[in-house]
Design a protein around this ligand. Structure first.
Ligand code: ADP
Ligand code: ZN
Ligand code: ZN
Length: 673
């Protein structure tokens, strides 16, 4: 019997690598990158082998034996291990916490026998070879140039595909993919989209285009069985195109040759809990590590990417016009709500435009980024308002569900019959969400087919897809929705977009708010006028209702001038020393009382020296209390990324030494401050 020492990463906080003994016969010892089952505390858990050797500092009587090694699974590659090691190091998390949760649960819990059966199923699995091939449309010259630049790129090449909405970016990706697959029979391509609801549209396009090619999808609504099959398809190199949301960036892809990030500016690429990674940033790292091209596509690139394109680090490819012949960008108009006072949330001009579309049999989209019926209800007699008892927020009125709901802690109450304070029975909704707009529209246009799409109307699995399909089939006259409808969808029959109440974001404290608002308005505006205009038909319209029509952000939206807007925002950021000219990290603390959270952060601020690093004073978070917990934060800034990284390592070690009972977490490159 020979034996060796396995160093195994487990999904545990703080330290995550532990040594175990492995006794083996004449066969070779296990390999780094394999999974092993080991005893941990009172449980058996699966971990990742990150080292195989002969020595350990663990005393012999304390050393435990590993129970099994999952030999039937090909080891995870050194490149994949380097990726998770980088992510763990950069985001300051233990390795196991990064490496293991991304693996399918079935790999981590199934016994060896059951795993065999899974793996056999994969051999028979068919990821859609049944689609009928569809012809490639002929690319216009700008698209062709972009597709050739991507498809022909060798070595690490970051490309920013800056193309107006409807300019045919998808077609560019597909033809670039075709070039890569034609050149390399085993190549794998990773395509990321920001939103799960955009996967079916793109999946359909990919299947139609590449009928013989195995496509794997990776996103959060797969069943465990599906996730396992698709993950293994990718890991074994059989899936050639891998389409997914942000979590797919951590997939094992042994022959990755191209990465595509669609709508790269989208904040959903940032994971907002646990390992708070940016899938876009990790994708760029991964492309550099493997020496492959990466395309970042957007009509409104993030200022980070815009900055890199400006400095020449990314190559910029531009599509200035819509791809479909005779489809032109919509005309954007501002509707002054001070002059044209809205009734039921709609100005007279917007109502007239809706009526005109109904008469012509064309579709309209109303965008309001607020779900529910009204954000709050109040008693006009005594001033009571529906505050959440657990959060610094209101209970939102959900009229069809007869409920008040807190969107932050999920507290639900029946709508009170009378004011809890004074007994007044006449409680009033204040403000307007999608449900209330839907109700107003139904009264205004009883003959119209109106559909609301938001998180409430699409709770049931598959219902979002059904809703989008019915819009595509032309069964809807007026679509009302939140940001769920704003992104990426190729609605062909839509000629009017109404934006109901974008003003609140103009005055946000968050310096990223205007960048986001601009992107969001351009995205939703971009849903209009995507098909060829009918003979003699008019240009489609985007109507923005606002009280601040003179605001420069809106002028930029009217002229579709992202270029100038982004360049001036970047200049402001440079002058104010904000990202991307500065690197940040945010330490957050949670406690039953705010004072405890602040005290912890003050202690953290003072626990080591910080020359060259700006460590700001702790402040309560804007929404201070959520689910009976008070939250505060402390911002750390530095113009040098390596200097910030070095500081964070030392600092976290010192904070851990404090052994505070306050719950805390660190976020590197935070998006919401
Ligand atoms: P984007 O992602 O840039 O907003 P899409 O890729 O959705 O745009 O393309 C918009 C529309 O243009 C789609 O209906 C697509 O089929 C069509 N399209 C793209 N390229 C061409 C082309 N070269 N010729 C004709 N139609 C095209
Ligand atoms: Zn009252
Ligand atoms: Zn709440």
């Amino acid at each position: 019997m020979a034996s060796c020492i396995l160093t195994i990463a487990l999904d545990t906080p703080l330290t995550s690598c532990f040594d175990y003994r492995w006794q083996h016969g004449p066969e070779a010892p296990p390999r780094v990158g394999q999974l092993a089952q080991v005893p941990f505390g009172r449980r058996d858990v699966v971990g990742l082998i990150v080292g195989v050797g002969q020595h350990t500092d663990v005393p012999a009587d304390k050393l435990k034996d590993a129970l099994a090694v999952r030999g039937q699974l090909a080891p995870l590659s050194p490149q994949w291990l380097a990726l998770v090691a980088f992510a763990a190091d950069y985001y300051q998390r233990p390795l196991g916490e990064v490496a293991l949760p991304g693996l399918p649960k079935n790999l981590r819990v199934l016994t060896t026998v059951a795993l065999d059966r899974a793996i056999q199923k994969l051999a028979k699995a068919d990821f859609g070879h049944d689609a009928t091939p569809r012809d490639m449309p002929e690319l216009n010259p700008a698209q062709q140039e972009a597709a050739d630049a991507i498809g022909g790129a060798l070595g690490f090449t970051p490309l920013l595909l800056y193309g107006v909405t409807g300019s045919g970016k998808t077609e560019v990706y597909l033809q670039a993919c075709a070039q890569v697959l034609a050149r390399d029979a085993g190549a794998q391509i990773l395509v990321l989209v920001p939103e799960i609801n955009l996967t079916p549209q793109l999946e359909g396009n990919i299947r139609a285009r590449f009928p013989g090619v195995m496509l794997a999808t990776l996103h959060s609504s797969l069943s465990e069985g599906e996730r396992m099959l698709h993950w293994l398809g990718a890991h074994e190199g059989r899936a050639r195109i891998i389409l997914g949301t942000r979590l797919a960036i951590l997939a094992s892809l042994p022959n990755l040759k191209l990465i595509v990030i669609d709508e790269e500016h989208d904040p959903s690429y940032k994971q907002q809990e646990g390992l708070r990674y940016s899938a876009r940033d990790l994708a760029v790292w991964r492309a550099r590590q493997l020496g492959i091209p990466i395309v970042l596509g957007s009509a409104t690139p993030s200022l980070e990417s815009w900055h890199h394109a400006g400095s020449g680090r990314y190559r910029k490819l531009e599509l200035r016009e819509r791809a479909v012949r005779d489809a032109v960008l919509p005309r954007v108009k501002l509707l002054d709500m001070e002059k044209d006072r809205p009734k039921d949330g709609l100005t007279a001009a917007l109502v007239a435009a809706l009526r005109q579309r109904l008469e012509r049999g064309e579709q309209s989209l109303l965008f309001l980024n607020r779900r529910g019926y009204a954000p709050v209800i109040c008693c006009e007699a005594c001033g009571w308002i529906s505050n959440c008892t657990r959060c610094t927020s209101f209970m939102v009125l959900h009229k069809p569900e007869h409920r008040l709901r807190c969107h932050h802690c999920s507290l639900e109450l029946r709508i009170p019959r009378a004011c809890p304070d004074c007994g007044n029975v006449d409680l009033q909704p204040l403000g307007r969400g999608t449900q209330r707009v839907e109700e107003g529209l139904q009264a205004l246009f009883p003959e119209a087919r109106i559909l609301r799409i938001d998180a409430d109307s699409t709770r049931r699995k598959g219902s979002a897809q059904e809703a989008f399909d019915s819009v595509h089939r032309g069964e809807v006259d007026i679509l009302i929705g939140t940001q769920m409808v704003a992104k990426g969808h190729d609605f062909k029959k839509l000629t009017l977009v109404g934006i109901l109440n974008p003003d609140t974001a103009l005055f946000s404290q968050d310096y990223r708010a205007s960048e986001r608002l601009f992107a969001q308005l351009m995205q939703v505006a971009g849903r209009a006028g995507r098909a060829a205009r009918a003979e003699g038909g008019s240009v489609s319209e985007v109507l923005v209702q606002s009280r601040y029509v003179a605001h420069p952000l809106y002028s930029a939206v009217v002229s579709h001038d992202y270029d100038r807007f982004a360049t001036s925002l970047l200049e402001e950021r440079r002058q104010a020393a904000l990202p991307p000219y500065l690197y940040q990290a945010l330490l957050r603390a949670e406690a039953p009382e705010l004072a405890l959270a602040i005290e912890f952060l003050e202690n953290a601020r003072d626990c080591i020296g910080h020359e060259g690093i700006t460590v700001n004073d702790p402040i309560p978070m804007t929404m201070t209390r959520v689910h009976n917990v008070d939250r505060a934060q402390l911002l750390v800034e530095c113009p040098s990324r390596p200097a910030l990284q070095a500081f964070l390592k030392e600092w976290l070690a010192a904070i851990r030494q404090m052994k505070s009972r306050v719950k805390w977490s660190l976020e590197v490159d935070p998006l919401d401050i």
